[in-house]
Write a protein that binds this ligand. Sequence first.
Ligand code: ADP
Ligand code: MG
Length: 245
Amino acid sequence: MSQDKLIEVKGLEKKFKHLEVLKGISIDICKGDVLAVIGPSGSGKSTFLRCLNLLEVPTGGQIIFEGVDITSKQTDINKMRQKIGMVFQNFNLFNNMTVMDNITLGPTKIKGVPKAEAEKNALELLGRVGLADRAGAYPIQLSGGQKQRVAIVRCLAMQPDVMLFDEPTSALDPEMVHEVLDVIQKLAQDGMTMAIVTHEMAFAREVASRVIFIDEGVIVEDAAPEEFFANPKNPRLKDFLGKVL
Ligand code: ADP
Ligand code: MG
């Protein structure tokens, strides 16, 4: 059912000078999919996510987003990027702005939403992640888990069609990991389409609808979570799971 396909990745390649990082990645992401991306350090996971919203420009292949080839020169990248939210390991909040201003900046400046409406929406979203009382705080006054929840809200405020998470809990103290994973799990339950690079295997097993293993720039396993973890086929995935589980 091609109308359900949100993102079609076809033979995606990325080279940095002579370093071939992605060597032909092909995958379809459908509406409501929660894709967990697993793999060793340096295998190309971040580069893959960054290519999906063109933070990195692919050197080969195609990315079709909602039927539009976003790798084509004619595409309005900025328009597309509004629909593809990204959450980073290190939050990337603006430290000189309050939580509220971090969240309303995109909607007001990029989408032209009136300030009062953007603020009302921000407060509602902050409430959903348990941070309604921190709107006036600056990032430095927040814990890592709170910062990441604000980063997720900032992303949600743009009403993206898909959210990309690059190791959203890797920079957090262990006791704060769950509060961020809980928010992501809630988004999944609400039907948000997501791709999540993560080392949290229990989370991937529980929340993902599908798990891929990237090794040396290639998807070497692509399966439903039960199958992926209980019956891995690729020898390098078996080895990897042996070390992390
Ligand atoms: P992962 O997220 O799986 O750890 P990355 O996608 O970050 O892997 O990196 C894959 C490879 O690409 C690594 O060898 C990394 O050094 C290299 N790489 C990533 N970004 C760049 C860049 N901007 N310039 C040059 N090399 C890069
Ligand atoms: Mg990475």
